[in-house]
Ligand binder design. Structure first.
Ligand SMILES: [Zn+2]
Length: 325
């Protein structure tokens, strides 16, 4: 079987970041997160785990209209009507960044399909609550839906999402009636959103992995996306699901599952990673370090790159001011 590439191919450009009004005027820092994560990678000296691709085209309105009504797309672009349904401060910079965040996920998934030995990564959030005619919960457009539809059209492939964000990813189910081809691009049962706490969360995740493995072996699923949202961690301001040990265990279980499935099909399973949620008003580095710890585990287990585990990991710091939620 073809050896895995040592580095995670990362689809990042500053164009996918919204710098305007986020740091001070937005509860969710997600529009800034791709930039903050890249800065953190630099700061912690983890560059050697990643190989960056910065040149790619943004989505156009026509791409967004694969999963959204033209009137909603126009509202977001023009700052009219229900443009604030995503609960984010609107700016031209935000609209500009959305074309790139959504395209980053598509480019990462496409690269993983064409180069299955390479684990790909789109450092993006804010996609899985959007609906055809509105945004919701810091999500503007349904990036995971659009990328799946485009790849189905281009390559006839179907995918599965392991959405380990702390909140149910409703975009896929909410778009099936609007874009029926989604039933082929992401078949029913392939939007895996584990629920429960610690052991029961792990069991729920394992059930999803088992279900998708059968579909991969049957030739019905061709790629997977792992979105290890940091808001499924118990210390998150609006999340919860796992303590640190169980949260990290999810990355280990996923990595070992990828290796086992790849062995069974005799070739590397195309894998794409994404960030999704994560909210800590008191310590945003804890959010970033959760994501980086997950990425380190994947580097070590799937890419076979030895890593020095984060020494500065902020995960266990006692919280001073836990928000009531
Ligand atoms: Zn979430």
């Amino acid at each position: 079987m073809k050896q895995r590439s040592k580095k995670i191919r990362t689809f990042y450009t500053d164009q996918q970041v919204c710098f305007d009004n986020i740091q001070n005027a937005s509860f969710s820092k997600s529009p800034l997160k791709p930039y903050l994560l890249m800065q953190r990678i630099e700061h912690l000296g983890l560059n050697n785990l990643f190989l960056r691709t910065s040149q790619f085209e943004p989505y156009t309105k026509a791409d967004f209209e694969l999963a959204h009504t033209p009137s909603y797309v126009n509202n977001v672009f023009n700052g009219e009507g229900n443009y604030r349904s995503n609960n984010l401060p609107w700016s031209k910079n935000l609209v500009h960044s959305l074309g790139y965040t959504n395209a980053a996920l598509y480019e990462a998934k496409k690269h993983a399909l064409l180069h299955p030995q390479t684990v790909c990564f789109a450092p993006v959030s804010g996609m899985h609550h959007a609906q055809p005619n509105r945004g919701s919960g810091f999500c503007t457009f349904s990036g995971q839906v659009i990328s799946a539809l485009k790849l189905y059209d281009e390559f006839g492939v179907s995918g599965a999402y392991f959405d380990l964000d702390g909140h149910y990813g409703n975009s896929i189910e909410d778009t099936r009636a609007f874009a029926p081809k989604l039933n082929l691009a992401i078949p029913k049962g392939c939007n895996v959103n584990p629920s429960g706490y610690n052991e029961s969360y792990i069991q729920s995740f394992q059930d999803g992995l088992d279900r998708v493995a059968k579909l991969i072996l049957a030739g019905k699923i061709h790629y997977v996306v792992f979105a290890h949202g940091a808001d499924s961690h118990a210390d998150d301001d609006i999340g919860g699901g796992c303590d640190t040990k169980h949260w990290l265990l999810c990355a280990e279980i996923f990595s070992e599952w990828v290796n086992a499935v790849s062995k069974k099909i005799g070739k590397p399973l195309p894998v794409t990673l994404a960030l999704f949620g994560g909210y800590r008003a008191d310590n945003y580095n804890a959010v970033l370090d959760l994501h980086l710890s997950s990425l380190q585990i994947i580097s070590e287990k799937i890419c076979q790159t030895p890593v020095t585990k984060l020494k500065t990991l902020n995960l266990h710091q006692k919280r001073n001011s836990r928000r009531a939620s």
